[in-house]
Design a protein around this ligand. Structure first.
Ligand SMILES: Nc1ncnc2c1ncn2[C@@H]1O[C@H](COP(=O)(O)OP(=O)(O)OP(=O)(O)O)[C@@H](O)[C@H]1O
Ligand SMILES: [Mg+2]
Length: 288
């Protein structure tokens, strides 16, 4: 693949493999395998300084809900350039709500920063233009449009038409089954193929940060494994992503760091390999 389908981390920085030189320890402190900070205190997940590197998604004290229902309570987290970060938690914890708030689909309070850009209060369109691309729960494809048209819609804010054409080819290399189905209606694809299309459509926007909600939902384990193989490969090439996933085992295996969201609060966070051995996580999310 000649050029990656996402914005490269600044300065070739790849958080998964390279040192975190230049990052304050409070920023994305992966050593803090602890509970979220009590209300009113600085959470150890993110410090108050903004990220020095371009492209880090920093969320501070984000609260959101629906009408009178408060769902998220001062959630703080960050995703460094090149990181794949997992967000796990039980049904109803607020994972989808968080991604909706980050995408501008839901009003929220708190601070959302992508590098030097403040995103809170911006429209969904402006947030996509900033590079935060949401691959939603339930895929939300355009069922009556072709696979190809769905892909092109993922690039509808881009003006670099030649590069868009090249990216259609690239996503078809990533997911060869899509190339065979380019003229087919999206609705005629299998569930796994639809999920591939949804991810491919998001990649067509060249995300600086991909927000991916439940990629494994309703899909056969074999296909889920293939999807995560592709995600891991994209991450090795530099894709930055926040992945919400009910399959905690898979999510922890694929990610460098993870956050556990419970009842709208970050209950735990740390390196995924350490969380996978955490007694509470093993009991609650890994069935061990
Ligand atoms: N549109 C809505 N209107 C009112 N309440 C909502 C709405 N969407 C979600 N909720 C409520 O917000 C809470 C969090 O829901 P959310 O979908 O964010 O959870 P989740 O962690 O993504 O769960 P799941 O793992 O089942 O996808 C739940 O109590 C849910 O009932
Ligand atoms: Mg959800």
């Amino acid at each position: 693949m000649s050029e990656p389908l996402h914005q490269r981390p600044a300065n070739g920085q790849h958080a998964a493999r390279e040192s975190r030189e230049g990052w304050p320890d409070t920023e994305c402190d992966s050593r803090s395998l602890g509970t979220g900070a009590p209300d009113g205190e600085e959470t150890p997940a993110c410090g108050s300084q903004s990220a020095p590197g371009r492209g880090a998604l920093v969320v501070e004290r984000l609260s959101a809900g629906y009408g009178g229902l408060a769902v998220l309570h001062e959630v703080s987290l960050c995703v460094k350039p090149g990181e794949l970060v997992a967000l796990i938690g039980p049904n109803g914890a607020g994972k989808t709500t968080l991604l909706r708030a980050l995408s501008g689909l839901l009003p929220c309070t708190g601070r959302i920063q992508l590098g030097q850009q403040a995103l809170q209060g911006r429209s969904p369109r402006q947030i996509v233009q900033a590079g935060v691309i949401h691959c939603p729960e339930g895929r939300q494809l355009f069922p009556d449009l072709s696979v190809e048209d769905n892909l092109r819609l993922g690039a509808h804010l881009r003006r670099d038409r030649e590069a868009v054409e090249a990216d259609v080819e690239l996503v078809c290399e990533l997911f060869p089954v899509l190339k065979l189905r380019l003229r087919q209606r999206a609705a005629s694809l299998s569930g796994g193929e639809q999920q591939m299309l949804a991810i491919a459509r998001s990649l067509m926007g060249r995300p600086a940060v991909l927000l991916l909600d439940e990629p494994s939902f309703g899909i056969a384990p074999l296909i889920v494994g293939q999807l995560f193989d592709v995600l891991r490969e994209l991450n090795v090439q530099g894709l930055t992503a926040l992945v919400v996933e009910q399959n905690a085992q898979l999510a922890l295996a694929a990610s460098q760091r993870a956050y556990v969201l419970e009842e709208g609060r970050i209950a735990l966070h740390g390196p995924s390999a350490e969380l996978a051995h955490h007694e509470g996580v093993r009991a609650a999310y890994l069935g061990l």
